[in-house]
Design a protein. Structure first.
Length: 639
């Protein structure tokens, strides 16, 4: 069955499909340009949960990294090895290497380690941030088992220029400086972003691992992150566009030691990361459909303690075609090829890997109250097993009036993760006989909306169940460790989210909340004496709650946000645990505008309650601290 489907896809690709998103020649500039058509996450991921954080929300976190924003806005649980240190997300009870980060469609996950580091990705760069929960391999490829984080920036095609300046000063010697400039004449547009963040990160903490629990300052935890993003876009005609994007990012971090090793310089280490991402994109919209071609190059470099170096280079070519028919049927077909060159001494010489993905995405509006989608992706890896990932989704409009509407959503999918280069090729220990990890996902839920004069209310509920098989673990094998397909995990849970907005005169109120309850249970022990079977996965809290209350009055705003993390087990056998904790932040600010200038100033108190907590066992976290942020926006009035 899967082979016949694959042959059908390949036949569709015998002519040059190269399209993606609809390109309009009649865009209207208001606050931001809208490209006609729904984003792919909505058109082809029917029945899935997708959360959007727009530029207004991201502006409040100008100095934050991706991990900070996700933990405060989405309710995703963040595994963080200390304040500002390496961080990864746990999505729906999956592992830290089961989430995919994509920048304008380009996967940023490490090919050697598998998991992305959320701590050195600044949100100042991006115009939009989307979170797609659940298995997304059909849309995004390998690694999207628990969910995907989508980072996007798009040309706005306005005539004139605008400059954004951001400066943040924070406790513990932390500063962030950023400049973002857009310029163009409507036919072409450029965007330049420069950023720099540094933190001494010497926060005080109570060292509970030492006799008497002395008060100490954190040593060897400073970090620096800086980089440059350059984008240039051209309208070759009313139906053609060409864009070029390049992003260089550099991070130099001291690795925060465990509390027991604080003030022991002999144990201190550091890490350097450098990455270069370049892509060019051509789009054509004509009577036949929408065509796109993307060519990209990515180089990642990591050096640990000036001793061990790991680097990879990859070239990517992607061709797509999209067509919308008058009958309501929409389809997208494409092919993507990668050639990967690792540079690691522990790998065999001349290690090279080729990957090809072929995909077909479909959606159809059967009736005004029912739309459905069916998607397919086939992956090929040189010298390795291919993977097939289908998905099906439905959305039904159950009830609609002038003020209310109720939707029912359901989705089922299969996802996969190809073993990392370390899993396959590291010597000693690499295992070429590994199977890809595979996941199966079911989810369904209701969305209710109510809107009237002054009020807007939204409530959503999702129930999900997933199986992840052939989970890879490194286990002792003689005198070294080697990866094996051992673990099997069943994850289920409920996600609830609510949003209430009220406007009265100059007052605007907004309250949001997101709650998740997740049971992530390991189904299989390493041996008959292993007591980790039927236990909750470590560092996967069952309960997670985030919420905020924001009020605006004229040019003033005030917000109160809270983040509750339930108890986390620290061992596979659930014998050790970190207690639950609740963190609260308070923010107050004022905006101002005159002619072609806008500005704002805001003061934030983090961890108002001065809560002593640990996000990862034996790694200190700061108590109460403060942040002042200034934003200035200069622009031409002609748009």
């Amino acid at each position: 069955m899967s082979k016949r489907i694959l042959i059908s896809i390949i036949c569709l690709l015998n002519f040059p499909f190269t399209g993606i998103a609809q390109f309009s020649d009649s865009l209207i500039w208001l606050k931001e340009v809208k490209v006609l058509g729904l984003p792919d996450e909505k058109k082809y991921s029917l029945g899935s949960q997708v959360q959007l954080l727009d530029s207004t929300t991201l502006a409040r976190y100008a100095s934050a990294n991706l991990g900070d924003v996700l933990s405060q806005q989405s309710g995703l649980h963040l595994k963080q090895y200390g304040h500002g240190m390496t961080a990864s997300a746990t999505l729906r009870g999956t592992g830290s290497n089961h989430s995919a980060i994509l920048w304008n469609g380009l996967n940023l996950n490490s090919l050697t380690l598998g998991q992305p580091d959320f701590s050195n990705i600044p949100v100042f760069l991006f115009d939009k941030l989307k979170i797609h929960l659940g298995g997304g391999s059909t849309l995004y490829g390998s690694g999207a088992i628990g969910g995907s984080i989508l980072l996007n920036s798009e040309a706005q095609w306005h005539d004139g220029w605008q400059i954004n300046l951001s400066q943040t000063i924070e406790s513990f010697g932390t500063t962030f400086s950023g400049i973002k400039a857009r310029y163009g004449n409507g036919s072409w547009e450029g965007k330049t972003v420069i950023y720099h963040k540094y933190s001494q990160n010497d926060f005080p903490f109570r060292n509970t691992t030492k006799y008497g629990k002395p008060s100490e300052r954190q040593d060897n935890a400073s970090y620096r992150n800086y980089g440059l993003l350059q984008e240039v876009s051209y309208r070759l005609s009313s139906r053609q566009s060409l864009s070029f994007k390049a992003w260089y990012n550099h991070s130099a971090d001291e690795i925060q030691p465990i509390m027991a090793d604080n003030r022991k310089p002999s144990t201190y280490t550091h890490l350097t990361d450098r990455s270069l991402r370049i892509l060019s994109d051509y789009r054509l919209h004509n009577h036949l459909g929408i065509w796109q071609a993307m060519l990209a190059y990515v180089r990642d470099y990591q050096n640990y303690d000036d001793k061990s170096t790991i680097a990879t280079s990859r070239g990517i070519l992607k061709l797509q075609y999209e067509k919308t028919f008058e009958t309501g049927f929409r389809m997208k077909a494409g092919i993507q090829g990668k050639r990967i060159f690792p540079e690691v001494e522990a790998y065999p010489e001349n290690t090279v890997q080729n990957r090809i993905d072929v995909f077909l995405l479909n959606s159809y509006q059967f009736f005004p109250w029912w739309k459905a989608g069916f998607n397919l992706r086939q992956n090929f890896v040189s010298g390795y097993r291919s993977q097939f990932a289908p998905s099906i989704g439905n959305e039904w409009l159950l009830w609609k009036t002038s003020k209310r509407q109720l939707r029912l959503k359901a989705n089922g999918s299969r996802s996969y993760r190809i073993p990392t280069f370390n899993d396959l090729y590291w010597q000693p220990g690499g295992n070429l006989d590994l199977k890809p990890e595979s996941g199966y996902h079911l989810e369904g839920g209701l969305d209710y909306q109510y809107q009237t004069s002054g009020w807007r209310f939204h409530f959503g509920s999702v129930y999900f169940y997933s199986w992840v098989n052939d989970w890879i673990l490194w286990i002792p094998v003689g005198s070294f460790h080697s990866p094996r397909n051992i673990k099997k995990v069943h994850s289920s849970g409920v996600e609830l989210n609510g949003d209430v907005r009220y406007t009265l005169g100059h007052w605007r109120w907004n309250a949001t909340t997101r709650y998740s309850m997740i049971q992530a249970i390991n189904q299989k022990g390493l041996s008959h004496t292993d007591r980790s079977a039927k236990k909750q996965l470590p560092y996967t809290p069952r309960h997670k709650l985030v919420g905020s209350l924001t009020s605006h009055y004229k040019q003033w705003h005030f917000s109160l946000s809270g983040n509750y993390t339930g108890k986390q087990y620290t061992t596979p056998t659930n014998e050790g645990a970190l207690p639950s904790y609740f963190l609260m932040d308070v923010n107050v600010g004022k905006s101002f505008q005159k002619d072609s200038f806008k500005g704002s100033v805001q003061v934030t108190v983090k961890n108002v309650g001065n809560v002593s907590y640990q996000a990862y066992d034996n790694y200190a976290m700061p108590g109460r601290y403060y942040q002042v942020q200034l934003n200035f926006h200069f622009f031409t009035s002609n748009k």
